[in-house]
Ligand binder design. Structure first.
Ligand code: AHM
Ligand code: MG
Length: 326
């Protein structure tokens, strides 16, 4: 028999790294692992059952919601409400945050921000999609309802963050601030198994990932950077699914760019649900994340669905972009 470390075993082993840990964070991470297995199952059935396609409603950003977005949102909320470790959830799919009122959850020490299914425009065409999550310690007293103050914390306050990639195989990657570890789902036993221990990204990379349809709408500095990448014969890779683009670049070395444009002054991606969690992972793997001027995790959020320009990946590549934006 081959020795494998499952996600649950790993989380329990790591709990001993935190003195005075009560196990709540460990339980929360396990709840996320469980919920993502259900989403994985559904994503894999997407072509078979009547679940693909539009759900017929729009979310707060005015984007059409897909059925699987709604499904994933509900699965995570249910699992976390049941778990009782978080007192509230902010989701990219919901206009406002949810403050749990049940007896157990109101005592929860944490809040969670998530994009339950990122890249959902890719669902119908069988391209990888993902879940992104970010966990903060609450600011308000346990036993009271969560408030906006609990969610509007800078990324530096994250206690854990991660993503699940539903791709050629499904993977869960997370950090609690002491390195990054990746787990691949073995569907035959229904367990995430440690496959990528202590993930590190290289300081330089060959890959640049941007929707170049936005080239002419972007800052001169970004245009210069893209031109330079081409002159240096770097590799262009853009899936249009942030989790998948980020994951590839993390492993192979590269940079992902979603700049502000003349049409979208703050870019497209959301600080709380997408940028901060992946910034935490990038930094923990030795990379960097920035809006071109400020370290992503130091941006003070003022609203839940705040957007920001985003450059993330290999450190020297992000440094170079920052230099060109000056
Ligand atoms: P979503 O949260 O509505 O799915 O949007 C986020 C996605 C990212 O996954 C992806 O990197 C980006 O939007 C692609 O945007 P564009 O189509 O403008 O290139
Ligand atoms: Mg998204």
């Amino acid at each position: 028999m081959i020795a494998v470390t499952t996600l649950d075993e790993f989380i329990i082993d790591r709990q001993d790294d935190f003195p005075f840990a009560t196990g709540d964070l460990s339980r929360l991470l396990r709840d996320i692992g469980f919920a993502s297995k259900i989403v994985h199952r559904e994503v894999n059935m997407a072509g078979l059952v009547d679940i693909t396609g539009a759900y017929g409603s729009e979310n707060i950003q005015g984007e059409e919601q897909q059925k699987l977005d709604v499904f994933a949102d509900e699965v995570f909320i249910k699992a976390l409400r049941h778990g009782g470790e978080v007192c509230g959830i902010a989701s990219e799919e919901k206009d406002d945050f949810i403050a749990f009122e049940n007896e157990k959850s109101i005592q929860g020490k944490y809040v969670l921000a998530m994009d339950p299914l990122d890249g959902s425009s890719n669902i119908d065409v069988n391209v990888s999609i993902g879940t992104i999550f970010s966990i903060y310690r609450r600011k308000t007293e346990a036993g009271t309802k969560a408030t906006m103050e609990d969610f509007l914390q800078p990324g530096t306050e994250q206690v854990a963050a991660g993503y699940v990639l539903y791709g050629s195989s499904s993977m869960l990657v997370y950090t609690t601030g002491s390195g990054v570890n990746g787990f691949t789902l073995d569907p035959s036993i229904g367990e995430f198994c440690l496959s990528h221990p202590d993930m590190k990204t290289s300081n330089d990379g060959k890959i640049f990932s941007m929707n170049e349809g936005n080239y002419h709408l972007s800052h001169k500095g970004i245009q210069t950077y893209l031109d330079k990448c081409k002159l240096e014969e770097k590799t262009a890779r853009y899936i249009g699914s942030l989790v998948a683009d980020f994951h590839r670049n993390l492993i192979k070395g590269g940079v992902y760019l979603y700049p502000s444009t003349s049409k979208a002054r703050n870019g497209k991606l959301r600080l709380l649900y997408e940028c901060n969690p992946l910034a935490f992972i990038a930094e923990q793997a030795g990379g960097k994340a920035s809006d071109g001027y400020t370290r992503t995790m130091e941006i003070e959020p003022t609203e839940l669905h705040q957007r920001c320009a985003y450059y993330v990946g290999s450190k020297n590549m992000v440094d170079e972009i920052e230099g060109l934006l000056k």
